[in-house]
Write a protein that binds this ligand. Structure first.
Ligand code: GH3
Ligand code: MG
Ligand code: MG
Ligand code: MG
Length: 324
């Protein structure tokens, strides 16, 4: 058996322990056009992974771009094509850049192995390919790729959590601060209108006092949902703090923003809010202050201050209303 294996360019046996490790069950593409070679590579790897064989390098590139593979094994000694060129294409195409690429070379092919490593091929194997080494090197690449993917996902999640309010799912104040600053600069630069709404639930303390803090939280969540239902995708809706929200309305002047605010105000009043898991409902109203950017505004703080003053007046004038 060892003799036969050697004849086909493979020696040794896969580590049995490998099956218990992670880094298995990967999707692997083997690009090799010599049957004796790819059949043995395939036989070894398919004990742990899903393996496809592709003898045609042009086809291989297409399959690699579309096939959601974890790892591509490329034989450098393809009969009609330079395997190194395929490696280089795999490393440069947007859709295949993140794949782990392993090259399989003749032992005397040092110069091309070095060139391969230089263009970013992750690792190599030399013929005759040792089964244990094949399994181990592929597994290392699969692990590395999966780790990189997990890392990227968790960075993504952390970034989202860092700018999201946990209770309402709205943007938080940190997000608002940075995006309002950017929108303000953009509006100033292009001489475009920009408006903000500051919203504050009326007599919210008495909701908490009468029905409990959990009911207050339910109201806040529904409040957020209703605001979102009346705004566009490009509007920034953020929880500013407590029961106070801010909506930034880009490309919109005072009258347009007042209309948005009135719509929200009406929507909040139109239907009582469900609390205690829908077993009860209570009326809720909101007061909204609106302001639009003026040429003399130096920063978003000026804009927010005017909206805040307008909100104060809305409260003074009896609540459940919009003041611009
Ligand atoms: P006004 O009409 O003048 O705005 O009256 P108000 O009672 O809404 O105003 P006030 O600012 O006095 O009360 C805000 C309340 O919001 C006080 C605080 O307990 C409550 N609150 C702030 N954050 C939360 C929260 O996350 N959950 C709950 N349930 N209540 C909150
Ligand atoms: Mg308040
Ligand atoms: Mg208040
Ligand atoms: Mg309030």
């Amino acid at each position: 058996r060892a003799m036969a294996s050697r004849e086909y360019g493979l020696v040794g046996d896969p580590l049995a322990a490998a099956a218990a490790e992670d880094g298995q069950n990967a999707k692997i593409l083997v690009v090799d056009d010599r049957r004796s070679s790819y059949e043995r590579l395939g036989a070894t790897l398919s004990q742990l992974h899903r393996v496809d064989i592709e003898p045609d390098p042009h086809q291989a590139l297409i399959r690699a771009a579309e096939g959601a593979y974890d790892t591509v094994l490329v034989s450098l000694d393809l009969q009609e094509f330079d395997g190194l060129r395929l490696c280089s294409q795999l490393r440069s195409l947007e859709r295949t850049r993140d794949l782990a690429v392993l090259m399989i070379a003749e032992s005397e092919d040092r110069a091309r192995i070095l060139r391969g490593l230089d263009i970013g091929v992750h690792d190599f194997l030399v013929r005759p390919v040792d089964r244990n080494e094949l399994v181990a090197r592929v597994r290392t690449q699969v692990r590395r790729k999966r780790f990189a993917e997990r890392l990227r996902e968790s960075v993504q999640v952390s970034l989202e959590l860092a700018v999201t309010d946990a209770l309402t799912g709205l943007h938080n104040r940190r997000y608002l601060d940075s995006h309002l600053a950017a929108l303000f600069d953009e509006a100033s630069l292009r001489a475009r209108p920009l408006s903000v709404l500051v919203l504050d639930i009326d007599r919210f303390k008495s909701v908490n006092d009468t029905y409990g803090h959990d009911a207050g939280d339910e109201v806040l969540r529904e409040f957020a949902t209703r605001i979102r239902s009346q705004t566009r995708g490009i509007d920034v809706v953020a929880r500013f703090g407590g029961e106070e929200m801010v909506v930034v309305v880009p490309d919109t002047g005072l009258e347009g923003a007042r209309a948005v605010a009135q719509r929200i105000c009406d929507r909040i009043e139109s239907e009582p809010f469900a609390i205690h898991q829908g077993t009860r409902s209570i009326p809720v109203t909101v007061s909204i202050g609106v302001s639009a950017r003026m040429v003399e505004d130096r920063s978003p703080a000026d804009l927010l201050k005017r909206a805040d003053l307008a909100l104060y007046r809305a409260k003074e004038e009896g609540r459940n209303r919009v003041v611009a």
